[in-house]
Design a protein. Structure first.
Length: 398
């Protein structure tokens, strides 16, 4: 591994334009502000990573990979354009490349994103993909990395915008470094990242995607696409081994939708603890230790009964707005999910498959990881997706 070091960032360089009246044009979403090279990884090191991961099949490693932290603009939930960050993993070569965007799973501590350490989380997958010839971006999302906002956890339209804007910024970076995007765009992500992948695919196909932003294929993995039914199921479990996820979702919705209902939703002492727990400085493990696994110990009985009885219109409306069903995709999709997953129930993928087909999708398949739970299904899901993308790329390049 050759290390070039982390460049000191002394300020963000804003591109300004002026008209005849010397009025500054507004900065646009997706504008690349700055970048800082973190390090370069050679193929020998990346092959060692693959050996440590286990048997993932034959993936050709053609390129050394430059890891770069980028800063770009995206709207927050109020529509204000703010600075966010992400990790770029770039083949060390000039030429034309496909773009892959990998959406990371649930992260609560702001510094645990791959842009802070490319060997964390989905950064490892991105390194392999970049060595295989994809310019790979991993958005931090709002509220993580350099962003201090509340992370819009499971709020589809906002997160899809974060991803689309990083893809735009990635293409700007490529142009500055003698690379071009070849028109192929692949999306993949696991858990929350699976949800965000589906949300991004939907946004790009149902909106007016700019030239070069058409999805070639996507691989949503283990995501809560049928969000309302997922929440219904989890809240009826009695106990849930990751109470941080429940609290994260409810805290994000309360903040972003402006409800101010934390003391109605959570029991004490947890209602008073929640703002500090979700300040971006605590990890998922820290929060799980601080919260009870018994749902009726975490949530107020009146709130829980009201919601499960269908009498919480604010929350019901928000969940329905962020459920990712009821649309017909065009580009091919492979859904990956372990059939023993109870963190994000397996039937999410089954429901999504049936719904997408009912909406007219003809290129959607469900790949089940036999016996896989939420943790053990990660590697086979990403491995399957990368091999599938490679097969599509080979067909398109011939």
């Amino acid at each position: 591994m050759k290390t070039k070091g982390i460049l000191l960032i002394t300020g963000l360089f804003f591109i300004l334009a002026s008209c005849h009246h010397e009025v500054e044009a507004p900065l646009q979403s997706g504008t690349l502000l700055n970048s800082a090279e973190i390090t370069t990884y050679d193929t020998v090191f990346i092959r060692q990573i693959i050996h440590a991961v286990g048997d993932i099949g034959n993936i050709p490693l053609q390129y050394n990979v430059s890891a770069v932290k980028i800063f770009y603009l995206t709207p927050d939930p109020d529509g204000s354009v703010v600075t966010v960050s992400g990790l770029l993993l770039v083949p060390v070569s000039e030429g034309s490349f496909p773009v892959m965007s990998i959406q990371h799973g649930t992260i609560i501590k702001r510094s645990e994103v791959s842009s802070e350490n490319p060997l964390l989380n989905e950064g490892v997958v991105g390194l392999i993909a970049a060595a295989d010839g994809y310019v790979t971006c991993i958005p931090d999302y709002l509220g993580l990395g350099v962003s201090n906002e509340m992370h819009p956890y499971l709020i589809g339209s906002v997160l899809a915008g974060n991803v689309a804007d990083m893809i735009r910024a990635t293409k700007s970076y490529m142009e500055m470094h003698n690379q071009t995007a070849n028109g192929q765009l692949y999306l993949a992500g696991y858990s929350e990242g699976g949800y965000v992948t589906m949300a991004t695919h939907r946004a790009l196909e149902t909106g007016t995607a700019p030239e070069g932003m058409q999805v070639t294929a996507s691989a949503p993995m283990a995501g809560p696409y049928d969000l309302k039914t997922t929440i219904d199921t989890i809240l009826s479990y009695g106990t849930y081994k990751s109470p941080a996820y429940i609290a994260y979702f409810l805290t994000a919705y309360d903040k972003i939708y402006g409800w101010n209902r934390l003391h109605d939703i959570f029991r004490e002492p947890y209602a008073s603890m929640i703002p500090d727990l979700f300040d971006g400085l605590h990890s998922t493990g820290d929060i799980n230790k601080a919260l009870p696994k018994e749902i009726d110990s975490l949530l107020n009985a009146d709130f829980l009964h009201s919601y499960l009885s269908g009498n919480d219109p604010e929350l019901l409306k928000a969940l329905q707005a962020n459920t990712l069903l009821g649309w017909g995709l065009k580009a091919p999709v492979h859904l990956y999910h372990g059939n023993q997953d109870h963190t994000v129930p397996y039937w999410n993928a089954v429901n999504a498959l049936e719904d997408l087909r009912q909406q007219g999708a003809t290129q959607v398949e469900l790949i089940t990881v036999p016996g896989g739970d939420h943790g053990s299904s990660v590697v086979p899901s990403f491995t399957g997706a990368l091999h599938w993308f490679d097969s599509l790329r080979a067909i398109m390049n011939n």
